[in-house]
Design a protein around this ligand. Structure first.
Ligand SMILES: Nc1nc2c(ncn2[C@@H]2O[C@H](COP(=O)(O)OP(=O)(O)OP(=O)(O)O)[C@@H](O)[C@H]2O)c(=O)[nH]1
Length: 368
C-alpha cells in the first residue's frame, strides 16, 4: 500500500438477526447516492442465498460472501473481496453487513486484518438493536443469544435502538438505559425502520482525521469525543464447541438444481434451514404457519409464489412480525425459504412446509 493512498472508509453493520441491518443499509445507500457518492456493499449470509441483495439496487457494487461467516470461516476471504471491490469499482465508502449471528470482535479482527494490506479504514461499528427483543431477552437474562446481543452492543461506536414503534415510551427509556450501561461511549439513536434525521455522526466518522494506520482495535477514536469501546469489550472470543460445517454441500450457481429440502448449516449455536419450494402455497396458510413458528425460530425470509396472488413475494419474518413485498427478480431465482434460530426441530418445520404445498396442490382453483 502506498503511503499517501486515499483510504476508503468502511462501516461495519452489526446487530442480531432481524434487528434491521438491511433496512439501515438501504437508508445509508440512499444517503450516499443522494450526495453523488458511490457506496459499495459486502453482504455476508450464513445460508447460501442472499435474499437481502434483492433489496439493494443493481447499481450498487456488491460482493456476496455466502455459506459462512466473516467472523470465522470466511475471514481470510474478506480482504480479497474488499480488494476486488476497490479494484473494479473504486467506491467512496464500503458497508459490510455481517450476519446477525456473527461475533463482533472476530469480525472486527477480520476487517482490521484486511486493513493491514488494503487501503481501507474502519470508521464505525453500527449495531442495530431490536428494542422489544432486547427488553424481552434481558428479562430472561441468559442464553448464548443474549450474550451475543450484548457483545454486539458493547462493540458498537453507534447504537441504533430500532423498532421503537413497538415500544411504550417508558420501555424506550428502559432500553436506552440498558444500552448506556452496556456501552458508555457509543452514540445512541432511537429509530423506527432505521430512519435517521441527523447524519452528523456518519460525516464525522468519514472525515475523521485519525491516521489510517490507527484502526479501532488499537483503541483509537472513531469520532472525536466518541471513543470506541472496543478496548473495553468483554466479548468472548472463543467459538466454544464450534464444529459447524460452514460449506454448503451444493452450489446452485453452477446450474445444479438444489435438493428440495436442503442442507442445514450451523454457526456456533445458530441453525439455518433452507427449503426450496417445489410448488406455490396458499398465502393465508403460509401466514398462519409463520405465526405458529416456535419462539426459537427468530428469523425467516425468502421468496414464495402463492396460489391466490398474481406475483411472487419476498417475505420477511422476525419475532412474530411478518412483511410481504411483491417482487419480480431479475434472472433465475428459486422460490426459497430460509429459517434461522436455535435448537428447533428441522423435521417439524420441513413437514409443515411440505404440508402447505400438498394442501395448496389439492385445493381446487390453482394459480390466479
Ligand atoms: N415494526 C418494525 N419492523 C421493522 C423495523 N425495522 C425493520 N423492521 C422489519 O424487521 C424485519 C427485519 O428487518 P431487516 O432489515 O431485514 O433485518 P436484518 O437485521 O437485516 O435481518 P438479518 O440480515 O436476517 O439478520 C423486516 O421485516 C423489516 O421490515 C421497525 O422499526 N419496526
Amino acid at each position: 500500500m502506498r503511503k499517501h493512498e486515499k483510504h476508503i472508509p468502511i462501516h461495519l453493520l452489526s446487530g442480531f438477526l432481524g434487528s434491521g441491518k438491511t433496512t439501515l443499509l438501504r437508508r445509508l445507500l440512499d444517503y450516499y447516492t443522494a450526495q453523488g457518492k458511490k457506496p459499495a456493499v459486502i453482504m455476508n449470509e450464513l445460508g447460501d442465498i442472499n435474499l437481502d441483495g434483492q433489496l439493494v439496487g443493481d447499481e450498487v457494487p456488491m460482493a456476496e460472501m455466502l455459506s459462512g461467516c466473516i467472523c470465522c470461516t470466511m475471514r481470510g476471504d474478506l480482504g480479497v473481496e474488499i480488494s476486488m471491490l476497490v479494484k473494479e469499482h473504486q467506491p467512496d465508502v464500503i458497508f459490510i453487513e455481517s450476519t446477525g449471528a456473527a461475533n463482533p470482535m472476530e469480525t472486527l479482527d477480520g476487517v482490521t486484518e484486511a486493513a493491514m494490506y488494503q487501503a481501507i479504514d474502519l470508521r464505525s461499528v453500527v449495531t442495530v438493536v431490536d428494542g422489544p427483543e432486547l427488553l424481552a431477552r434481558s428479562r430472561d437474562g441468559k442464553g448464548r443469544t443474549f450474550k451475543l446481543m450484548l457483545e454486539q452492543i458493547r462493540c458498537a461506536t453507534v447504537l441504533l435502538i430500532n423498532k421503537v414503534d413497538r415500544l411504550e415510551p417508558e420501555q424506550l427509556v428502559e432500553a436506552q438505559q440498558q444500552l448506556r450501561e452496556l456501552n458508555a461511549h457509543a452514540q445512541i439513536i432511537a429509530t423506527v425502520r432505521c430512519a435517521i434525521d441527523d447524519w452528523s455522526w456518519l460525516e464525522a466518522a468519514d472525515h475523521s482525521s485519525a491516521p489510517p494506520s490507527n484502526h479501532m482495535v488499537e483503541g483509537t477514536t472513531i469520532n472525536e469525543g466518541a471513543a470506541c469501546s472496543v478496548n473495553g469489550c468483554t466479548a468472548d472470543h472463543h467459538h466454544a464447541g464450534h464444529q459447524a460445517d460452514h460449506h454448503a454441500d451444493h452450489h446452485h450457481a453452477d446450474g445444479h438444481q438444489p435438493d428440495h429440502h436442503d442442507q442445514h448449516h450451523s454457526h456456533d449455536h445458530v441453525m439455518v434451514v433452507t427449503y426450496y419450494w417445489q410448488k406455490p402455497v396458499n398465502s393465508e396458510a403460509f401466514e398462519a404457519l409463520l405465526q405458529r413458528l416456535p419462539a426459537n425460530i427468530y428469523r425467516a425470509k425468502g421468496i414464495v409464489t402463492f396460489t391466490d396472488a398474481p406475483s411472487r413475494f419476498l417475505f420477511q419474518y422476525a419475532y412474530k412480525e411478518s412483511d410481504f413485498m411483491r417482487i419480480d427478480p431479475q434472472g433465475h431465482v428459486n422460490d426459497v425459504a430460509v429459517f434461522i434460530g436455535e435448537h428447533f426441530s428441522k423435521e417439524w418445520l420441513l413437514n409443515e412446509l411440505k404440508q402447505l404445498e400438498q394442501e395448496a396442490a389439492s385445493t381446487p382453483g390453482g394459480l390466479l
